[in-house]
Design a protein around this ligand. Structure first.
Ligand SMILES: NC(=O)c1ccc[n+]([C@@H]2O[C@H](COP(=O)([O-])OP(=O)(O)OC[C@H]3O[C@@H](n4cnc5c(N)ncnc54)[C@H](OP(=O)(O)O)[C@@H]3O)[C@@H](O)[C@H]2O)c1
Length: 250
């Protein structure tokens, strides 16, 4: 029995490794850095099977899907956690960077779900790490936010299509990981509102999964934001968002 965790070398990814390692025989730890994957294996032992795969490259993603088909492992957990983000207007992103973001955040997660589902017995689990930014449009992270809205929608549909497999979209707000640049303004560190630690995200996600939820939001602040995004016009929500992030925009 195995777990597949993409972005296992990242902060939220490693929390999933810690939480799931006791439940499976092996973890296919997917990442692009051989050194980081080897360090993970040294830290957590032989149960870690490092898989080097650059998820911004479609051929590499397809190669990983074929590995699943060839080895037909008993997959207990698939955690599509790898993701990239950057705050800037769309016009400031090089075309290649946007391609990479869409491949990592959406294509890889989609194809890995497709490749894994035939090898998941009843009671198995898919956790797709989306974001609270999926709940509304968010200027200055427009593509990231849209990519996470895709993942949220896709995951909820999968959960209905695949009876017996628990599929959940994990939608945290700000999380204290290396993805967030630590920024200062006038000598003061800028605070991210409602920020939580990676272990809170993972603990809440696994608890929500066991309760049968298809969406996990790990803090009251973002549960409230999600509620607002259902009842307040999105034009207003976008204005509030821009006020929240004006300190981070250069
Ligand atoms: N931090 C937040 O505020 C926040 C909020 C909501 C949702 N999320 C989501 O949470 C997930 C995990 O992010 P994190 O906050 O834990 O950030 P992180 O520590 O930067 O982890 C990101 C992971 O993705 C991997 N990755 C990036 N590009 C890759 C590629 N081309 N191929 C393979 N792996 C790649 C990274 O590998 P390397 O170690 O090699 O860089 C790393 O393991 C992401 O999907 C993110 O969108 C984060």
């Amino acid at each position: 029995m195995i777990a597949i965790i993409t972005g296992a070398t990242g902060d939220i990814g490693e929390e999933f490794v810690k939480s799931l390692i006791g439940e499976v025989d092996h973890i296919w730890a997917v990442g692009r850095s051989e050194n980081k994957l080897n360090a993970l294996r040294e830290k957590y032992g032989d149960k870690i099977a490092p898989i080097i795969c650059d998820l911004s490259d479609k051929d590499s993603i397809i190669g990983l899907c074929h590995k699943i088909e060839d080895e037909h492992p008993d997959i207990r957990y698939l955690v599509n956690n790898a993701g990239v983000a950057r705050m800037a207007p769309v016009t400031e992103f090089p075309i290649e960077e946007l391609c990479d973001m869409l491949e990592i955040n959406d294509t890889a997660a989609t194809l890995l779900c497709r490749a894994s589902l035939p090898y998941m017995a009843e009671g198995s689990n898919i956790l797709n790490i989306a974001s609270a930014s999926a709940f509304q449009p968010n200027p200055y992270i427009a593509v990231y936010s849209a990519s996470k809205a895709y993942l949220l929608s896709f995951t909820r549909s999968l959960n209905v299509e695949n009876k017996g497999i628990n599929c959940i979209a994990v939608c945290p707000g700000w999380v204290d990981t290396k993805m967030l640049p630590s920024k200062t303004k006038s000598g003061k560190v800028i605070k991210y509102p409602g920020m939580v630690s990676a272990d809170v995200v993972v603990r809440t996600a696994l608890k929500d999964l066991r309760k049968g939820k298809d969406v996990s939001v790990c803090s009251p602040y973002y549960r409230y934001t999600r509620f607002l995004s259902k009842v307040v016009p999105h034009k207003t929500m976008m204005k509030l968002w821009i006020r929240e992030i004006e300190d981070y925009i250069e």
